[in-house]
Design a protein around this ligand. Structure first.
Ligand SMILES: [Zn+2]
Length: 504
């Protein structure tokens, strides 16, 4: 009979908070009340925890048990508190000594048989514990590799509740499995595979160097998908912070393969055009899962056949693209997931997608017009690079010796990115993200003769004010890739050419 407390971690989106599980055991009719804003999964935990304790050979106190999760205002989801609840109850009711957990947190779901089962979001949970000054974490065995990605905290694993109990009594050890050797990361898909598509390769290099959204239009066989899949290899590797963010999102989504290390290469997500809004931006019941746009955080979201996506789906991407995060409204509040992505759109010029291009098209003009309208929505308004790609001709394949591999292109991209970071700091870290006001700031405003191609296009009604800014951003990227201080008229002309689709 008595009182005990054990710490665990609650997650909101990918942000963890250390919480306290307290248990009080008092005389009275045997019962278990769990309070502290638990969601449905937590009430189910009552029966699970009791069965797990029984099946671990421990004695479940036959008294009035109250379990409370603190602080009360923190929303708590999921099954990751089971083990902490069991330990707290046993400590309060059966004098289980918990001194060895004084500096620790306990994470894990319990099976009815007493096994400790893996939970989603171990990386952000252990990270939160470490940042809160906790020195020690007990995690499910299946999550131990992921938990060890967090620095400055001692991680031990448990396969069953009985082992944690034995550890607390001093009769058993927690598990400390040797790290498995990691298979070397597969080399990225190489740009050198994309033969005869010079324009496409150029666009991918520009997109990578300036962090520009890009849209590619062309018939099947133009290499749009091959190009998109090679963008992550050209992008700079994620830094420590970006890598932890990306890995934490995949951890919460449950898409991290067991034993995987931090995600260092920019992730690529390519949802199918039939994907639901929830699959794109996140959702689901209970703890809302991150969607494709968050799983692509710090990487690339590739929408192939983008004209085929439902309007609602494309509409749902607008707010996250603007804000760099997704806000999912739930009955109990809001879940926020990071979603800073580079968008790659690809589409056929028309629904029939004849390989020969427009002159082979069999679509009625109505169908064509409706299709085109889909390709010019508000989403397209944010895309700096919009290009038509021709199908690759066989002659170009034969004559393709001088094609550069990804490593060479990535080197140039890196240098261009560094130049942009230095120039725009602290306002932006890439040309694609520079606010229009910065572009027009007296230090960066381009002289009239340089922007003449753009002012002329505007005068002829061929370019909007937004289009003007987008072309200037791309011109900066062209200059950066060339190692020049500022864009020249030639860069501006090329930038304009790179966003004037001819498809009608
Ligand atoms: Zn057609």
């Amino acid at each position: 009979m008595g009182y005990a407390m054990v710490r665990s971690v609650a997650l909101h989106g990918v942000v963890g908070e250390v919480i306290v599980v307290e248990a009080d055991v008092a005389p009275g009719l045997p019962s278990l009340v769990v309070s502290g804003l638990p969601d449905a999964a937590l009430s189910e935990a009552r029966d699970r925890v009791r069965a797990a304790v029984h099946n671990s050979g421990a004695y479940w106190p036959q008294q009035r048990i109250t379990v409370n999760l603190l602080p009360a205002h923190v929303r708590k989801h999921g099954s990751g508190f089971d083990a902490a609840v069991a330990i707290a109850v046993l400590a309060a009711g059966s004098d289980l000594p918990i001194g060895r957990l004084a500096d620790g947190v306990v994470l894990g779901e319990l099976g009815l048989d007493g096994t400790v089962r893996p939970v989603r979001g171990i990386l952000p949970a252990v990270l939160a514990a470490s940042r809160a000054g906790v020195g020690f974490a007990v995690v499910p065995l299946a999550n131990v590799t992921e938990a060890r990605l967090v620095p400055d905290i001692e991680v031990r694993a448990a396969d069953c509740l009985g082992r944690i109990i034995g550890y607390l009594y001093g009769s058993e050890n927690l598990l400390d499995p040797a790290a498995k050797p990691q298979p070397p990361e597969a080399a990225p898909l190489d740009l050198a595979d994309v033969l005869g598509q010079e324009r496409g390769r150029r666009v991918i290099e520009l997109a990578a160097a300036g962090r520009h959204h890009v849209a590619m239009f062309g018939p099947p066989g133009a290499g749009k998908t091959m190009l998109a899949e090679r963008l992550p290899g050209v992008l700079p590797p994620l830094n420590d912070q970006e890598a932890i963010e990306a890995t934490a999102l995949h951890s919460v989504a449950g898409t991290l393969s067991p034993g995987s290390t931090l995600i260092r290469r920019a992730p690529l997500q390519a949802p199918h055009h039939t994907a639901s809004v929830a699959a794109l931006v996140g959702g689901g019941s209970g703890l809302a899962k991150p969607g494709a746009i968050s799983l692509a955080h710090n990487g690339v979201l590739f929408l192939d056949e983008c004209a085929e996506f439902a309007n609602g789906a494309l509409e749902a991407l607008r707010q996250p693209l603007e804000e760099g995060e997704v806000r999912l409204r739930r009955t109990y509040g809001e879940t926020v997931y990071p979603a800073r992505v580079q968008l790659v759109l690809a589409a056929n010029p028309c629904p029939c997608a004849k390989p020969g291009g427009q002159h082979m098209c069999e679509c009625p003009s109505m169908v064509r017009r409706r299709y085109q309208a889909r390709l010019s929505g508000p989403l397209m308004d944010r895309v700096d690079l919009q290009v038509d790609l021709d199908p690759v001709r066989s002659a170009a394949l034969i004559n393709a010796e001088a094609v550069e591999p990804t490593a060479v292109v990535a080197g140039r991209v890196r240098a261009a990115r560094d130049a942009a970071i230095e120039r725009w700091a602290p306002h932006a870290s890439s040309n694609g993200e520079v606010p229009g006001s910065m572009l027009r700031h007296h230090r960066f405003r381009l002289p009239k003769p340089v922007v003449r191609p753009l002012t002329e296009a505007m005068d002829r009604g061929r370019l909007s004010a937004r289009g003007f800014d987008r072309a200037v951003r791309v011109a900066w990227t062209l200059a950066d890739l060339d190692g020049r201080e500022r864009p020249e008229a030639g860069d501006v002309r090329e930038a304009l050419e790179l966003r004037s689709r001819t498809v009608r």
